[in-house]
Design a protein around this ligand. Structure first.
Ligand code: NAX
Ligand code: K
Length: 552
């Protein structure tokens, strides 16, 4: 796991280091600039050879200060460097001004306009050091134009010109992953798609990645992320504990890494999985109950059930209406099957040893679904563990409460998890939905939703957010080399719901939040392992190989 910081948290860490006297702001800026230069040569070693040229675009804050350090370092290496500044040099903050003045003693500082930049000779590298964590308002239009990725096509072999973003491509809000523009960018269908904005070939950030690098448009604009150590105190150890959820104010990235290094497969996710232990019989690994819909609508539940069984649950039972019994019986073998009539009590067919429930996939949007959800949420701790059964609510189990979400929330307990996609999320949390949350990040929206519902929320997407009511959150990113566009396929969400139930139901499993992180990770890894052409049925079948590859 890697901690993801907000801009404010990054500032606090910097200020604490400077305040303690351990380092000065100027030293940090020098390390940041040097870090960017090192990252460039590490990414493109050939740039060390021959006569090279760079255009450095500097902004009015310390991001611009980093730019002037980079200008000086490349100049000292014999590069032809042109530095452009946006803003009044006399108003630069002190450290940035010092570096500006050092540069200006020997070199001209050009203005940051598209005309001035693109009428000059072709550079090998463009450095975007206009705005970093200090972006507070939309990008001025003339700056956005000067930074536009298309602008460099005035030069020959434009695709060979490397664009390097310092901290982030300017305009990206590092807390939310939004791009801040207040105009219709080039009016291309009024959509600020990444291709029309400033996309970097490499983004170099300092100390730790920021949330916006992973949310929304962040990955599409940053393209490749390099984290440079600038010698700030490492606060991540205590906050990145693998066996427990993150602290309330923290966000961590779900990945097999710890303190910046790859984590042994033997540790995560292996140690959190109940079947890591030699002892135990099938009931120790939990009994998951999956509710199916009526005739012809059982596929989603069967896939969820199969994922639950493959991921480690000791027993899985599908409950379906009597009319769908034969259909389900034709498809299920290792998974048990019971019929449950509409007016029948759950307790008539499921004993107290059930440790996990999965409701929603294919169940149908209805009052009957609502009643079942409330009935299941009313079941409490049984058996030796003393834990309430885990309840995973997805799809129709969520949509059935559209318009009256409090009727659901008042029954949710701490072993409940809601797993909406953005559409289902909007039905329960209209004011926090994708369209409504202009000032709120997806992470904060999920946090507020979790607090309101009183349970864990997994909000799906390429940037899946998992949040708990106290604010602790994780982000699972299928980006930066982990892209799985083929996971956007019908039924993949049903499989994820079953996976969470299967992983969290065993008596020996870790905390629900931790198991949900693992479910999100395994889900994407299984899809990556299978590759293009994947359909949802393939995911449970791919799990054994994925688990083997994880050392389980
Ligand atoms: N000593 C430090 O604090 C360090 C800072 N570092 C760099 O400093 C950056 C943060 O510096 P700052 O806090 O000065 O922030 P920035 O340099 O990101 O930007 C702040 C400046 O931009 C202006 N601004 C913000 N949005 C604007 C908009 N849309 N249009 C016009 N002007 C706008 C602000 O008024 C302010 O003058 C980091 O991103 C990083 O690159 C690194 O050098 C590491 C050390
Ligand atoms: K920047």
């Amino acid at each position: 796991m890697t901690e993801l910081l907000t801009s404010t948290q990054m500032r606090e860490i910097e200020q604490a280091a400077i305040g303690s006297g351990a380092v000065t702001g100027l030293e940090l800026m020098e390390r940041a600039g040097q870090g960017v230069v090192d990252a460039i040569f590490s990414e493109w070693p050939k740039l060390k050879d021959g006569d090279r040229a760079a255009v450095i675009l500097c902004g009015p804050g310390n991001n611009g200060g980093d730019g002037f350090v980079i200008a000086r370092l490349l100049d000292e290496m014999g590069w032809e460097v042109r530095a452009h500044l946006f803003g009044d040099p006399s108003k630069l903050p002190p450290d940035a001004k010092t570096n500006h003045d050092r540069w200006a003693e020997k070199h001209a500082v050009l203005s940051l306009s598209a005309d001035d930049i693109y009428s000059g000779p072709r550079p090998d590298v463009i450095i975007d050091a206009v705005f970093g964590i200090g972006l507070t308002r939309p990008l001025p239009e003339h700056i956005a134009l000067a930074l536009n990725s298309k602008a460099k096509t005035v030069w020959k072999r434009a695709t060979d010109i490397k664009t390097v973003a310092v901290d982030c491509p300017s305009g990206l809000d590092l807390d939310r992953g939004h791009v801040l523009t207040d105009f219709d960018y080039e009016d291309e269908d009024a959509h600020p798609w990444p291709k029309t904005l400033n996309m970097a070939d490499l983004t170099v950030t300092f100390h730790a990645p920021k949330i916006g690098h992973y949310l929304g448009m962040g990955p599409a604009l940053c393209r490749k992320l390099s984290i440079v150590d600038i010698g700030l105190e490492d606060l991540q150890a205590e906050r990145a504990m693998l066996g427990m959820p993150p602290d309330p104010s923290r966000v961590r990235l779900v990945e097999p890494r710890f303190l910046g290094r790859p984590l042994s497969k033997r540790i995560w996710p292996k140690t959190a999985l109940s079947k890591n232990y030699a002892m135990g019989h099938k009931y120790d690994h939990g009994h998951v109950i999956v509710f199916a819909g009526g005739v012809g609508r059982g596929g989603a539940a069967r896939m969820a059930a199969r994922a639950a069984l493959r991921s480690g649950a000791g027993l899985v039972t599908v409950l379906c209406p009597p009319s769908a019994l034969i259909e389900n019986a034709c498809h299920l073998d290792a998974i048990m099957l019971r019929s449950l009539a509409k007016d029948q009590l759950l307790a008539d067919v499921v004993d107290g040893r059930a440790t996990g429930f999965c409701l929603g996939p294919g169940m149908g949007v209805s009052d009957a679904t609502r009643s079942r959800v409330i009935e299941v949420l009313g079941r409490r701790a049984a058996g030796s563990s003393g834990r309430d059964p885990v309840v995973v609510l997805d799809a129709d189990a969520l949509t059935s409460f559209e318009g009256d979400p409090d009727a659901l929330f008042k029954h949710c307990h701490e072993r409940t998890i809601l797993t909406p996609h953005e559409g289902e999320f909007a039905r329960l949390f209209q004011d926090l939905s994708g369209r409504a949350r202009t000032d709120l990040s997806k992470v904060d929206a999920a946090r507020q939703a979790a607090a309101r519902a009183g349970c864990t929320i997994l909000l799906k997407g390429p940037d899946t957010v998992i949040a708990q009511p106290d604010g602790g959150a994780s982000l699972h990113a299928a980006t930066y080399g982990r892209e799985v566009p083929w996971l956007a396929t019908a039924g993949a969400g049903d499989v994820l719901a079953g996976l969470i139930a299967g992983l969290a139901a065993p008596h020996l499993s870790s905390d629900l939040f931790v198991m949900t992180e693992i479910a999100a990770y395994l889900h994407a890894e299984a899809a990556r392992g299978f590759g293009p052409g994947l359909i949802a049925e393939d995911l449970p079948e791919q799990l054994p190989q994925t688990l083997r590859e994880m050392g389980c």
